[in-house]
Design a protein around this ligand. Structure first.
Ligand SMILES: [Zn+2]
Length: 342
C-alpha cells in the first residue's frame, strides 16, 4: 500500500495543500461575506428548492442537504465573481498547479494512463470514420496529446479531431502540438458559440467546482451529435472514504464539500437523477479508484465509524481485497461516468 497516493503527491504536500485550502477558503469567505456575493440556489442535482442545513464548513460556508435527492451542496453559493478572484489569486491553486505539472512530466502516471487508454478504447469502438472529442478544461493540451499518441501507437485508423477549451490563456498559448485545436474561454461560452458538434465531450474534476452543472450539461447536450457521449470523472461523495471523514477534518485529498473550490457533492446515488434531468441516459457509472483504504489509514485518527476503523487494522493482503471490493461495488472515492445523449 502507499504507491498509488505518492504517485501524485507526497503526504507532506497533501497536508500543506489542505492547510492552504482551508486558509484560502476562510480568507475568501471573510472578504466577500458582507458584499452580497453569496446567493441561495436550487439543488444542483435535482433542481428542488427545499433543503436542511448541515454543519457549516469551517464555521462559515453554509452546506445544504436536498430534501428530495438527499445530496450535499454548498449553499449559499459563492458568485462567479468570488470564484474568478479565488482561481486567479488563491495560493492553494498555484501550489496544486505545480504538483500537476510534476505529475504530467512523469513518463508513467497510472491515473493519467488509465484515462488515456479508457478514452482511446472508447473512441475506437464508435462506429464512425471520423470522431471528434472536446475536452473541457484542457490546460495546455497535454492530455489530448497523450490520447493522440496512444491512438497512433495502437493503429486506430479513423480520423480523430481533438479539441480543447480552457479559461487559462497562458496554458492555451503553451500548446506545442499543432494537430490539436485549443480555444481560450469558458466551457459555457465556447459551447454556446461553437458551430459544429462533437461525438464525445470529456472533462475531469470539473463539475464539482461550478455553480450550475445542470446549465453546463444542457449546453453540452446541444452540441453533441445524435447519440453522442459526455464522459467525466468527479469525486464520489458516497465512497466509504468520504463517508468516514467529516468535511471539516484535515483531508489528504480534496473532498466533495470544500468551498469555494468544491461546491457540489456528486455521488453514485445522485448521478442518475442529474443525468436524466439533463436529457442523458446512463451508460456506466464506475469507481475504478485504488487509494481509499490507504486514505483511511493515513487519516485513521479522524475516522467516524467502526467499519472504517476495522478496515485499517486488517493485514495488507486483506486491505487490498477490501480495496478491490470498494472499487467493484461503486464505493471508491472517484467516479467515471459515461452518459449518452437521448
Ligand atoms: Zn436534490
Amino acid at each position: 500500500m502507499g504507491k498509488h497516493f505518492s504517485e501524485s503527491r507526497t503526504r507532506e504536500e497533501a497536508v500543506a495543500i489542505h492547510r492552504q485550502r482551508v486558509e484560502d477558503a476562510i480568507e475568501y469567505f471573510d472578504k466577500y461575506k458582507d458584499t452580497g456575493e453569496f446567493f441561495i440556489r436550487e439543488c444542483p442535482f435535482c433542481g428542488y428548492d427545499e433543503y436542511e442545513e448541515e454543519e457549516k464548513f469551517q464555521g462559515r460556508y453554509g452546506v445544504a442537504r436536498c430534501k428530495r435527492c438527499n445530496s450535499l451542496f454548498v449553499n449559499p453559493c459563492p458568485s462567479q465573481t468570488v470564484l474568478n478572484d479565488y482561481y486567479a489569486h488563491a495560493k492553494c491553486n498555484s501550489m496544486l498547479e505545480k504538483i500537476y505539472t510534476k505529475r504530467d512530466r512523469k513518463a508513467k502516471s497510472e491515473i493519467l494512463d488509465s484515462r488515456v487508454t479508457f478514452l482511446a478504447d472508447f473512441i475506437d469502438k464508435i462506429h464512425k470514420p471520423e470522431v471528434s472529442l472536446l475536452e473541457l478544461g484542457c490546460s495546455n493540451g497535454s492530455f489530448l496529446r497523450k490520447i493522440r499518441r496512444h491512438l497512433e501507437q495502437s493503429n486506430v485508423s479513423k480520423k480523430v479531431r481533438l479539441i480543447g477549451v480552457d479559461t487559462n490563456p497562458e496554458a492555451i498559448a503553451g500548446n506545442s502540438d499543432s494537430s490539436l485545436e485549443l480555444h481560450y474561454g469558458t466551457a459555457e461560452d465556447f459551447l454556446a458559440n461553437y458551430e459544429g458538434s462533437f461525438d464525445i465531450i470529456w472533462h475531469t474534476e470539473l463539475i464539482e467546482h461550478i455553480i450550475s452543472p445542470y446549465n453546463l450539461f444542457v449546453i453540452a447536450r446541444n452540441k453533441l451529435c445524435r447519440g453522442g457521449y459526455i464522459i467525466f470523472t468527479t469525486p464520489n461523495e458516497y465512497a466509504l472514504e468520504s463517508r468516514s471523514l467529516s468535511y471539516n477534518v484535515p483531508r489528504m485529498l480534496a473532498c466533495s464539500i470544500l468551498p469555494p473550490m468544491h461546491l457540489n457533492a456528486f455521488s453514485t446515488l445522485n448521478i442518475t437523477t442529474f443525468a436524466t434531468r439533463c436529457g442523458f441516459g446512463v451508460v456506466s457509472i464506475e469507481t475504478p479508484g485504488k487509494m481509499d483504504v490507504e486514505m483511511l489509514e493515513m487519516q485513521k485518527e479522524n475516522l467516524n465509524n467502526d467499519l472504517a476503523k476495522r478496515i485499517v487494522s486488517l493485514a495488507d493482503g486483506d486491505k487490498e481485497l477490501v480495496q478491490e471490493i470498494l472499487a467493484a461495488t461503486g464505493a471508491s472515492s472517484h467516479m467515471r461516468c459515461v452518459l449518452k445523449k437521448l
